[in-house]
Write a new protein. Structure first.
Lengths: 267, 251
């Protein structure tokens, strides 16, 4: 039996996502996960994916709708764990939604790009995350050099500012391969113990994994896929080719995620 | 992983990597961009041979000087690594580089309109595609080297777009193109924006096309045709394991 594998960056669709093939898309993700050997999909749903409010600025009603859809998927598929998605601009709703979804079994918090990570408006959410032991997956643009349409983007420096204000919380810097200058993020994160790096994203640049191991270390790397699972598989194979040892591979594949999310996995 | 159910369906062969390069890149460090590192990756994936371009030649004004470097780098490895030199059709005596490519039994040449500063719909491209067709050489066009979201401020050469590819393939009735680094949108725009005869003269590498679970590659193999696609890794920029994983996870 192969070692566990936890995908920390997963999205699913639902009937209000605007895609007629949403059920087939969800099935396909789970099927590919079985072929890769994924044990747990830690997933989020960003509202209605832009159908009735913007993907990265979901309305409170839409975040609740998406979170409910994810809870239904968790009930149907025991291999799915959940991040509760919130919009920090609606702080009271966000905190209530975190408590509601935690009680229903979710294990983490998803912050998209609704408010810059360094903004004090995120402090109540980070405080709840610390108190409840729920890691926060923060959508990141690797090296923010300006504004972009449709998102209030954050980079590693923004997330570090939040992490330093909340040393009792754990933050996951999302998709190091998801666009932007990963070297900027990795240089910044060398000495920030409560930020771990998610390897997901379509980017498969040579040099990225080497710098992840060198500057962040395997114990603070967690494996993930996001939209492209083929690139996730490629990174697993490349880590082995780079000579990452069995202990390092176990940390990246599942051990760190297991500890952060309390998944109860064993080798 | 269990054997893929897609194994029996037509798909690009891993036998040859059609989109590899060697040499350093001006804007970030590429780990070991050398022929031995390329060969090591090929051995991991079971790839027999590779068409190999030269990264610096896209930035050299005199591409011929870069070709000298490429031939020298690949000389000890010619049984498996086939040089794909660069040609700048706006530079004096560019035809010599085509003649040398034929003499060296190269399968193709590369050109970089955005980097060399000529229009894909202009006379320089037309002269090059005609000369390549006459010489029996495939012409390789590169959509991009890096994701635009991470580029250096000095890396200003724009990506090629579908119109560039359409113009190139229309510039000579016998031209054969290989386009590397395209995504689904560019492939579909060119394929469905060309006559069947034009489309049949364009091949695409898979390095820039999304695999599972969005399955852009699977979709294109079914709609555009598996015969239009070739295996390509975009080494030394991308992990070669990525192209192999796309094939492994086909629906």
């Amino acid at each position: 039996m192969s070692a566990p594998l936890v995908d920390v960056h997963v999205h699913f669709l639902h009937e209000r996502s605007g895609r007629a093939d949403w059920e087939a898309a969800n099935r396909r993700r789970l099927d590919v996960g079985r072929r890769i050997g994924i044990t747990v999909h830690v997933a989020s749903i960003l509202g209605t994916w832009g159908q009735t409010s913007p993907t990265y600025f979901p309305s409170p009603d839409d975040t609740t709708c998406g979170n409910d859809a994810l809870l239904a998927l968790m009930r149907a598929h025991p291999e799915i764990a959940g991040y509760v998605t919130v919009n920090p601009n609606f702080t009271d709703h966000a905190v209530r939604e975190i408590e509601r979804c935690r009680a229903a079994g979710m294990v983490g918090i998803k912050l998209a790009a609704s408010r810059r990570a360094a903004d004090p408006l995120l402090d109540p959410i980070a405080a709840v995350a610390a108190a409840r032991g729920m890691p926060v997956l923060q959508h990141i643009w690797q090296h923010r050099r300006g504004e972009v349409p449709g998102q209030e983007i954050s980079d590693a420096l923004d997330l570090i500012a939040l992490a330093e204000r909340h040393p009792g919380a754990t933050f996951i810097l999302a998709h190091i391969g998801g666009g932007g200058d990963w070297a900027h993020s990795l240089r910044a994160l060398a000495d920030v113990p409560n930020v771990v790096v998610d390897l997901s994203g379509s980017g498969v640049d040579r040099g990225m994994l080497e710098l992840c191991l060198d500057r962040v270390g395997a114990a603070r790397l967690v494996w993930g896929t996001d939209l492209t699972m083929d690139t996730g598989l490629a990174k697993l194979r490349a880590l082995e080719a780079l000579g990452a040892g069995p202990e390092a591979l176990a940390d990246v594949r599942w051990r760190t995620a297991n500890r952060l999310f309390g998944l109860g996995l064993a080798a | 992983m269990s054997p893929s159910a897609a194994a029996a369906r037509p798909q690009p062969s891993r036998d040859v990597d059609h989109a590899a390069l060697v040499g350093p890149y001006p804007f970030r460090r590429l780990p070991d961009p050398t022929p031995p590192a390329l060969l090591a990756g090929m051995d991991r994936l079971g790839v027999r041979a590779a068409w190999v371009g030269h990264v610096p030649s896209a930035w050299y004004r005199d591409a011929a000087a870069g070709n000298e470097e490429l031939y020298a780098l690949l000389a000890p490895h010619r049984a498996r690594l086939f040089p794909v030199p660069a040609v700048n059709p706006t530079w004096p005596d560019w035809e010599r580089e085509l003649r040398r490519a034929v003499d060296e039994r190269c399968p193709a040449v590369r050109t970089y309109p955005s980097h060399y500063g000529f229009a894909s719909h202009g006379p320089a491209m037309a002269a090059l595609t005609a000369a390549c067709a006459e010489a029996g050489l495939t012409l390789v066009l590169t959509i991009r080297f890096e994701d635009p979201r991470q580029r250096s401020r000095l890396d200003v050469a724009p990506d090629l777009i579908g119109a560039d590819v359409r113009a190139a393939v229309r510039s000579d009735d016998a031209a054969r193109l290989l386009v590397v680094g395209a995504d689904r949108a560019v492939v579909e725009e060119v394929h469905w924006g060309s006559t069947p005869a034009e489309a049949a003269r364009v091949s695409w590498d898979i390095s820039g096309i999304w695999g599972a679970p969005e399955d852009h590659l699977d979709h294109l193999l079914r709609t555009v045709g598996a015969e239009r696609f070739v295996f390509g890794t975009h080494f030394p920029f991308r992990l070669p394991e990525s192209a192999a994983a796309k094939l492994e996870l086909l629906a």
